[in-house]
Design a binder for this molecule. Structure first.
Ligand code: AMP
Length: 149
C-alpha cells in the first residue's frame, strides 16, 4: 500500500469542482413523468435534479423510478406517465453540498450517489458535483505525486 503525502494534496472547494447549473439538465416538480423520461432518454443520464419554479432544489428523478410507475399488473402502461407529476415520485431524500464545502465532503456523499447537487444559502440550485470529477482529481494528484508510475 502506498501512502499519499498529506501536504502535497491541495484540497479544492466544491465551487471549484462543480458543473454550473446552465450546463445541467433538470426538470421541474410539476412536469409530467412523460417529459422527465424524454429528458432522461435524450440526455442519456439515468437521473437528474428536480427544481421548483423558483429554481430551488427539491429532489432527483431517475429512469428506474419512472419505469416502476409504469408497471401495471401484466405489462408496462406508458400512458400513465402523462397523469403523474415528477414531485409525486421523485427521490426527496437526496444529499446536497454548499459552495464552501471541500472535495472531501463531496467524496463522502458521492460514495452512495453518482452526483450531488450544490445549493446556495436560500436553497437555490447552483450546479452538481459528479463522481467523475472527483475521480479525475484523485487520478491527477496520483500521477503528479508518483510521476514514475
Ligand atoms: P458522471 O460521474 O459524469 O458519470 O456523472 C454522474 C451522474 O451525474 C450522471 O449519471 C447524471 O445522472 C449526472 N450528470 C452528470 N452531468 C450531468 C448534466 N450535465 N446534467 C444533468 N445530470 C448530469
Amino acid at each position: 500500500m502506498v501512502s499519499l503525502e498529506k501536504e502535497a494534496l491541495v484540497i479544492p472547494k466544491v465551487s471549484e469542482l462543480m458543473i454550473s447549473s446552465e450546463k445541467v439538465a433538470h426538470v421541474q416538480v410539476g412536469n409530467p413523468l412523460e417529459h422527465a423520461l424524454l429528458v432522461l432518454v435524450k440526455t442519456g443520464y439515468s437521473s437528474i435534479p428536480v427544481l421548483d419554479p423558483t429554481f430551488k432544489f427539491k429532489g432527483v428523478i431517475s429512469k428506474s423510478k419512472i419505469l416502476e410507475e409504469t408497471l401495471g399488473i401484466e405489462e408496462f402502461e406508458l400512458n400513465r406517465l402523462s397523469d403523474i407529476q415528477v414531485k409525486e415520485v421523485m427521490d426527496k431524500d437526496f444529499p446536497y453540498l454548499h459552495h464552501e464545502d471541500s472535495m472531501i465532503d463531496a467524496l463522502h456523499k458521492l460514495i452512495d450517489f453518482p452526483f450531488v447537487c450544490v445549493i446556495d444559502d436560500d436553497g437555490e440550485f447552483d450546479g452538481i458535483v459528479t463522481r467523475r470529477t472527483i475521480l479525475k482529481q484523485f487520478s491527477k494528484h496520483y500521477h503528479e505525486t508518483f510521476k514514475w508510475v
